[in-house]
Design a protein around this ligand. Structure first.
Ligand code: GSH
Length: 230
């Protein structure tokens, strides 16, 4: 039995982390037996991040490594895709995980008005008397990281302008398809879908969540993605 170590459900989603949702999707499609084990504390994990799976008496960290492990056990996530499609798929995965993700992180961690709700969800297991102290320290580190990465230096409006071509690229692929590469979900959907879904599920309204909510194509896609995990 494979165990998925994941952040707990949050904001009505499988997990507060779109990477954990991605891993759960891969596990589900793999057909292998698995169960979830929720934790809010990734400090004992190999990269101090989640998701991680426990399988064959080892810990496998990172959703891409989890995908590779499941593929080594016979799972296929890109059935029927041409080599050209697989190349495009890789670019969409990177766009979702290395760009869109950081906007969601900023929407959640940089917005003072929404912070109390985020803090009490992410740090709910920390006793109230310590919660502001512990969460404040981690928040500072996250925002420092985002400043170093660069997106943390942009205004919310500048960030939305930066995201616009990504959202258009996704909508363009979905214009005539139920999923990014046709009628069936593939690995790219496991990254892009949970990311868009997380953008909308974040508490409150941000320029990003409004932008996605106003787009019928993206919202219908998110619904299809969420059904896959039901
Ligand atoms: N590349 C990793 C990213 C995982 C990741 O960023 N996880 C975040 C939650 S969304 C995390 O655990 N962060 C904890 C921390 O940075 O302290 C993957 O694909 O699994």
């Amino acid at each position: 039995m494979i165990t998925l170590l994941t952040y707990p459900p949050a904001f009505g989603q499988f997990s507060g982390s779109p990477f954990c949702t991605k891993a759960a999707y891969f596990l589900k499609v793999s057909g292998l037996p698995w169960r979830r084990e929720d934790t809010l504390d990734p400090r004992m994990m190999p990269h101090k991040k989640l998701p991680v799976i426990r399988a064959d008496d080892q810990l496998i960290a990172d959703s891409d490594m989890i995908r590779a492990y499941l593929e080594s056990k016979g799972a296929t996530f890109d059935e029927g895709l041409s080599e050209i499609d697989k190349a495009t798929s890789r670019a969409f995965i990177r766009m979702a995980e290395e760009h869109i993700y950081f906007h969601i992180l900023l929407d959640r961690w940089a917005n003072d008005a929404l912070w109390p709700q985020i803090r009490d969800t992410y740090f709910g297991s920390v006793p109230k008397i310590l919660r502001s102290l512990v969460s404040g320290k981690i928040r500072k580190e996250v925002l420092k990281g985002m400043h170093a990465q660069g997106l943390g230096r942009l205004t919310e409006a500048q960030r939305l302008a930066r995201l616009e071509p990504d959202l258009e690229a996704i909508s363009t692929r979905l214009w005539q398809n139920r999923f990014l590469f046709g009628d069936r979900p593939t690995a790219a959907d496991a990254s892009v879908g949970p990311m868009l879904s997380a953008a909308v599920a974040s508490p409150g309204h941000t320029l990003l969540s409004n932008r996605v909510e106003e787009n019928a194509v993206l919202m219908a896609y998110i619904e299809r993605i969420e059904e896959m995990l039901d």
